[in-house]
Design a binder for this molecule. Structure first.
Ligand code: FMN
Length: 198
């Protein structure tokens, strides 16, 4: 009994240590429908800053997902959806970075999330939510409600609203606002801790 208890303890400890030591994968989902998106530049900036901590995968193909179909979603999901779900499932953490469109999240992002409602892939998944927009309050609130409903794991510190994004990031992807830079740093530290289970 003691031997098995100890063995179990050692095995679970060593799997936790190897989880902590291995490079974590973050899937960043860009909510914008634009080619030259400030949200994408923001994620590219973040990926550059944290390149030694995370392996980043950018998902910027919301347009490639077909329109949501509840029956297909359960019985025969399209290949693009299967691949999208797989990327979420395999990531250690997810960051959704999106603008606000007409006081809501963009339809492409909502569509992608709807394809995931019949699954549990977001359940307990360490998640960061960034709304970077002209204003963005409504979409930011909505995104949190949606992701809470899908049981994603996030805390206040892994959510960030950046209003006036276009004046805060240059076309070459440099953050030009020091307050935003420090908010993004705090966000990143909290997100790292969440992904590490701390
Ligand atoms: C169709 C459309 C609707 C928009 N509606 C809003 C809005 O309701 N609130 C807001 O803050 N910005 C709104 N915007 C402005 C975008 O948030 C802003 O252009 C943002 O920088 C876009 O992000 P992106 O550069 O990553 O595409 C809208 C933009 C578009 C294209």
């Amino acid at each position: 009994m003691n031997f098995y208890f100890n063995l179990h303890f050692v095995l679970s400890l060593s799997s936790k240590v190897s989880y902590l030591l291995r490079m974590k994968t973050v899937l960043a989902i860009i909510g914008s429908a634009s080619e030259n998106s400030a949200n994408q530049r923001l994620i590219e900036f973040l990926a550059k800053e944290t390149g030694k901590d995370f392996e980043w995968i950018l998902f910027n193909e919301l347009k490639s997902l077909p329109h949501f179909d509840p029956e297909l979603s359960v019985n025969n999901p399209p290949e693009e959806v299967v691949n999208f779900r797989k990327q979420i499932e395999q990531a250690d953490g997810i960051i959704i970075c999106t603008p606000e469109y007409v006081f809501s999240i963009p339809s492409g992002l909502k569509n992608a999330i709807e394809w995931c409602v019949s699954t549990t892939i977001f359940s307990d998944k360490p998640t960061g939510l960034i709304t970077a927009s002209a204003q963005g309050e409504k979409a930011h609130e909505e995104l949190q409600l949606i992701m809470r409903t899908l049981m994603a794991q996030f805390i206040d510190e892994t959510t960030l609203l950046i209003s006036g994004i276009k004046s805060k990031i240059s076309m070459s992807g440099q953050l030009t606002d020091s307050e935003t830079q420090s908010e993004l740093e705090q966000f990143t530290n909290s997100f790292m801790n969440l992904v590490d289970g701390m």
